[in-house]
Design a protein around this ligand. Sequence first.
Ligand SMILES: Cc1cc2nc3c(=O)[nH]c(=O)nc-3n(C[C@H](O)[C@H](O)[C@H](O)COP(=O)(O)OP(=O)(O)OC[C@H]3O[C@@H](n4cnc5c(N)ncnc54)[C@H](O)[C@@H]3O)c2cc1C
Length: 460
Amino acid sequence: MATQSSKVGKELRGMIKGSVLIPDDPGYEEARQIWNAMIDRRPAMIVQCANADDVSAAIAFARRNKLEISIRGAGHNIAGNALCNDGLTIDFSNMKNVRVDAGKRRAYVEPGATLANLDEATQAHGLATPVGINSTTGIAGLTLGGGFGWLTRKHGMTIDNLVSVDMVTADGRKIRASETDNPDLFWAIRGGGGNFGVVTQFEFQLFPVGPEIFAGLIVFPFSQAKQILNKYRQFVNSAPEELNVWVVLRKAPPLPFLPEKIHGKEVVVLPIFYAGAAADAEKLIAPLRAFGDAHGEHLGAQPYVAWQKAFDPLLTPGARNYWKSHNFTELADGAVDSIIEFAGKLPSPQCEIFIGLIAGAPNRIASDAMAYGHRDAKFVLNVHGRWDEAKDDARCMGWARDFFKASAPYASAGAYVNFMTAEEGDRVAAAYGANYDRLVQIKKHYDPDNIFHLNQNIKP
Ligand SMILES: Cc1cc2nc3c(=O)[nH]c(=O)nc-3n(C[C@H](O)[C@H](O)[C@H](O)COP(=O)(O)OP(=O)(O)OC[C@H]3O[C@@H](n4cnc5c(N)ncnc54)[C@H](O)[C@@H]3O)c2cc1C
């Protein structure tokens, strides 16, 4: 089957401006690598598009030849849906351009761009829009699922700042979606993932940020976890939205500012971000320093683009990864207890539990304003199972699943689709809650044959 489809793939070469890779081509193996090393899929052809016409041609070609379609932004999605087996992958590795109109405070972003590509282009003008915390993540997948990061408390989710998209639909049409053009489609793609068509350009609104911000880490002993988490949940209730503080529980990496004897030991880390002057930040974070007896800290003014890359060394591609996630409106006592229990039995040095704070601007948007509807969520918990060897799969995945179950009673309804694994298809309806029925209607209109189904699928 794969060989036959690959032969067909050669025909596509003459029809597009970009390139088509089939197995045995130089570059094919590299092109089928994605962030999560647990995913090992072999598309019959990888179509490295050069423009929207190539996308149209690839969709038509896949339909004619009855090939399954997958869409790859920057290949970070944990579920591995960027790739298919024996089908056609629409790959945006060669479409990473970001254009900034500083006067209008807008960025026009191609779908292969990473967060680093966007941040670097916008920061050249002292501008930014909220995106995630790992610079190699793709703008496309992140935006279509929601998108949150350090600026989210102040400026909202990534989708809250999306102005328009250019798309190619399942029937190959090139259309625009915004509040005024195809508004139903625009409603659906803001959280509905890659279910409705292929985005070939994103337009974002931008805000003045940095270029220098205040950020860094305070690292506390795990033995003080309970008092830190108790104080944290009180502190963030009244902290200004310019300040964002997350919590990470993990084994300490060999950071130079930590005593060597702490390396590899469980710790509680508070990553801190303040989009303003260092002197103001110092005053605001004084209470955080008093949460416990810190092992060490590394805090200060730094370029926004540098902080956006600060976690990259812990999140490199090539490891095996399995995630589970909950939203929380508050960190209840039971949630805190289960976090501490499972952080006390991390099954590998790379596993971690992180709590992202998104309380603020996202909560001021109505839950039916767009497909992403978790407007009551104040915290997003990510149980990040990460390890190197396949022999540890069952143990590490078991830990993540057990923790997910133990913390479930304290979670709010819904789930963040960008943190869901492939096996969580039965959570999709719950992930969209009351917005699901409208999404099904829009899916029926734009993709009745469900050709875009390698995603957290909304069935027409
Ligand atoms: C290390 C790491 C850190 C992360 N940190 C954050 C974070 O801080 N905040 C956050 O919100 N999320 C975060 N995420 C989750 C991230 O948002 C998702 O994994 C997202 O799907 C990644 O987008 P991508 O383009 O790289 O993924 P891909 O795997 O390339 O794409 C994911 C899916 O999106 C769809 N898609 C991609 N491109 C298009 C397109 N052009 N048109 C239509 N559909 C498309 C497809 O269905 C595809 O399967 C993180 C992920 C990782 C791995």
